[in-house]
Design a protein around this ligand. Sequence first.
Ligand SMILES: C[S@@+](CC[C@H](N)C(=O)[O-])C[C@H]1O[C@@H](n2cnc3c(N)ncnc32)[C@H](O)[C@@H]1O
Length: 250
Amino acid sequence: MGNLEVYWTADGSPSLTFEKILQGPEKNSQEGYVEKMHHSQGAWSETKYIYQTALERALSQAPKELRVLSLGLGLGYNEVMSAGLELSQPQTQMEIFSFESLPELQKNFLDYLGKGSSELFSECYEWIFENLSAEFDLRSDELRKHCLQKYESGKLHLLNAFPESLPKNQTYEVILYDAFSNKMNPELWTEDFLQGTLSEIASSDCILTTYAATGALKRSLKSLGFSKLERPGFAGKRDSSFYVRGVFAE
Ligand SMILES: C[S@@+](CC[C@H](N)C(=O)[O-])C[C@H]1O[C@@H](n2cnc3c(N)ncnc32)[C@H](O)[C@@H]1O
């Protein structure tokens, strides 16, 4: 259970906060823990810095069919950015597998793809399509229709919670690991979970990127044969995670 609220980040782009309602120490008491979906310096700037860079590297080294895993849809920055990159580079085809545990985020994103409006967050999607289409020299409507067409043709999968909704025997060349933090989603960040899950879903040629840089992530990816490309984090953060394996490490 939780509440979503829109907030505008310093680069002008929208994001959401999520309040998780927890059982308090007293009987019948509740307390909230609020987490931001993006850095306050810029949702779109952070997406470009952490996630677009990874996709561009994947495309520059293996411009073919890529299967992209995006863990959490949120407002859809990674999905729309991936579709924009694909449309701007005609030789590229991407199949996007997007996971989201909050049904209202999937529903509103899908409504917006279909109608150009949605009951909730419409002004956020409008900003995202306008500004991301400009990034790739596209029209906003063209990018939205491309996303819809990908969804309808089974090349953009809007899936529920990760890892429960993972399709069987599917591996991914690009993993955009944009889950909430260890505090909100501890189960997604343990070394055992990361090692076990990623050993099954990462392709032999794979790039994984995330805003977080934890010891558990580092150890699990090293044990799976990934190399870390050193990169400071977004907006003055000390570190981020950019890991490569196979052809992407050459
Ligand atoms: C940091 S935000 C992602 C922001 C998003 N990439 C965007 O472009 O707006 C984390 C997202 O992961 C979702 N989430 C949390 N646990 C999840 C799980 N187990 N499976 C799928 N999504 C999850 C949250 O609801 C939230 O939307």
